[in-house]
Design a protein around this ligand. Structure first.
Ligand code: HEC
Length: 182
């Protein structure tokens, strides 16, 4: 049984998944009418442009859908991950201490190279969107993130239970959509 919030999340994906088709269909039919009279070369170029525009539109739409659904789980990431994986770090008081402050800065710099969630989805960092989502899932599933050193001073931030279910649902559905782009 899906909880109510997960059901809402899934409905969001279904409805928005259908909306995805609209820009594609309208671009194709629009392009066809407009270029009926052009000569052959122009036509080929036009078809290529329409196709690459459509690919771009589909990709943007998929990212937009995923990002809209991301807003329903963003608070979970915000609480457990944003201090290191975004530009909006809330530093602890001991950040002013020599040495300790440097260690924290190094962690945050490295964390953001791997995964930066500052601008919502799509995230940036190493690897492809799908690989990054899989890594996030793995790190949470194995209890590796947030880092253990951070959890010494920030309790209760492991993502478990229902919060984990909602996040994984978002990740799994997002990967399914992203796979359609491949
Ligand atoms: C205290 C800082 C800190 C917090 C909080 C934190 N991370 Fe990280 N994260 C890091 C650092 C440092 C790295 C790079 C080194 C490593 O992989 O251990 C990293 C790497 C990662 C990677 C890339 C792993 C790889 O193998 O490339 C993922 C994915 C990730 N974190 C996800 C998360 C998620 C999800 C959360 C919240 C649940 C989170 N992190 C919270 C510091 C943090």
């Amino acid at each position: 049984m899906l909880s109510e919030s997960n059901q809402r999340l899934l409905n969001g994906f279904l409805v928005l998944g259908l909306l995805l088709l609209i820009p594609v269909v309208s671009t194709l039919s629009h392009g066809k009418k407009k270029h009926d009279d052009d000569d052959k070369d122009d036509k080929k170029e036009t078809v290529d442009t329409i196709l690459s525009d459509s690919v771009q539109i589909i990709q943007d739409s998929v990212y937009a859908v995923i990002n809209i659904n991301y807003q329903t789980v963003r608070h979970i990431f915000r609480k457990s991950c944003f201090d290191c994986h975004t530009d909006s770090t809330k530093y602890p008081w001991y950040h002013v201490l020599p040495f300790i402050g440097g260690l924290i800065d190094d962690d945050i710099k490295e964390a953001k190279e791997h995964l930066n969630m500052s601008d919502d989805f799509p995230f940036s960092g190493h690897a492809t969107q799908i690989e990054r989502l899989r890594e996030i899932r793995e790190e949470i599933e194995d209890g590796e993130m947030p880092l253990w050193s951070y959890r010494l001073t920030h309790w209760g931030l492991l993502i478990e239970g229902e919060r984990q279910d909602s996040l994984f649902l978002w990740i799994d559905e997002s990967i399914k959509l992203l796979k359609q782009l491949e």
